[in-house]
Design a protein around this ligand. Structure first.
Ligand code: NAG
Ligand code: NAG
Ligand code: NAG
Ligand code: NAG
Ligand code: NAG
Length: 261
């Protein structure tokens, strides 16, 4: 999903933009709020970030093109020679025929950020800014459908269930619903893996087992949501205790063994 936005004209806020790469970086830093296009993708997908500008093949030799992420260069084409920075090697391509697109394969969460395309043209031994475009890239990781497990009985009438899901991003929010209404009393914790930047969310809910319940555990991250139901039948559980305590089973087995010897 992309939202192409208005401004196509090169900006002139940085008159010395053609002087050096360093000044390009310094200058861009000050105008980083002017995002032209926003792109949403998921991890492992590929993306083609368009510079929104075509350049005749013959003019490549007198042009400089940079793709930068935040304030670090991803790749450059100077006098027709492509250079890709080490951490982008083997998963980044430049598509000169498709609006000078930066193509990134196998997206990571860490690829999220603002990318800047700079096109400069040589006139009289100096490079002048020809075109500038800022593209914001958001990368999400989908949470799996949450699992709900029974996790003990804090007191005789009360049962505790735990809903959890992990390996997603952006930061999730969790809610429990019963009959469409928010159940406020639950313990929810969120953690983030330092390396992968993925989130884990876990929530415990206690309920009174003497009445029927249908709970929905719902996890929202960005514009996406995953959920899971949990159903409790009070009457059924009273009439049909689903399992004997394990110590009782052990005693019976031992007694049978003793009697039969
Ligand atoms: C890219 O791939 C080539 C050949 O497959 C390999 O020699 C090189 O080490 C790789 N570079 C990176 C940065 O992974
Ligand atoms: C290049 O960008 C322009 C304007 O954004 C668009 O109209 C055109 O279809 C694009 N060309 C290609 C080959 O994607
Ligand atoms: C939440 O956690 C606190 C402390 O660990 C505990 O006392 C409380 O019973 C828990 N509440 C629920 C609804 O699980
Ligand atoms: C559970 O519900 C029953 C019936 O509403 C009530 O009598 C009982 O006190 C409740 N137990 C707890 C621990 O709240
Ligand atoms: C949960 O149950 C409700 C009502 O029974 C149903 O409409 C909904 O699709 C279920 N959701 C999931 C995630 O199973």
């Amino acid at each position: 999903m992309t939202h192409p936005v208005s401004q196509e004209t090169p900006r002139s806020k940085c008159p010395y933009l053609w002087l050096s790469t360093f000044l390009v970086l310094a200058c861009l830093f000050h105008m980083s709020s002017g995002i032209d296009v926003t792109v949403f993708k998921a991890v492992k997908e590929m993306v083609a970030l368009s510079c929104g500008y075509q350049i005749p093949l013959a003019e490549l030799s007198t042009s400089r093109i940079y793709w930068q992420k935040d304030n670090q260069v991803v790749l450059s084409i100077t006098s027709g020679v492509l250079k890709v920075w080490p951490e982008y090697k083997n998963r980044t391509f430049f598509d000169s025929t498709n609006n000078l697109s930066l193509v990134i394969l196998n997206l990571h969460l860490s690829d999220e950020g603002t990318y800047t395309c700079v096109v400069q043209k040589k006139t009289d031994q100096t490079y002048k800014l020809e075109h500038l475009r800022l593209v914001a890239l958001y990368v999400r990781a989908d949470f799996p459908t949450p699992s709900i497990t029974e996790s003990g009985d804090p007191s005789p009438d009360i049962k505790r269930i735990t809903c959890s899901s992990s390996g997603g991003s952006p930061k999730p929010r969790l809610s429990w619903l019963e009959n469409g209404e928010d159940v406020k009393t639950h313990n929810t914790t969120i953690s983030q893996d330092h390396e992968t930047k993925m989130f884990t969310i876990t929530s415990q809910l206690d309920f009174n087992i003497t009445t029927d319940h249908i709970f929905l555990c719902s996890i929202q991250y960005g514009d996406f949501r995953v959920s899971q139901n949990f159903t409790w039948h009070a009457s059924a559980s009273e009439q049909l205790p689903d399992k004997q305590p394990s110590w009782l089973v052990t005693i019976v087995v031992v007694l049978v063994a003793i009697i039969s010897t």
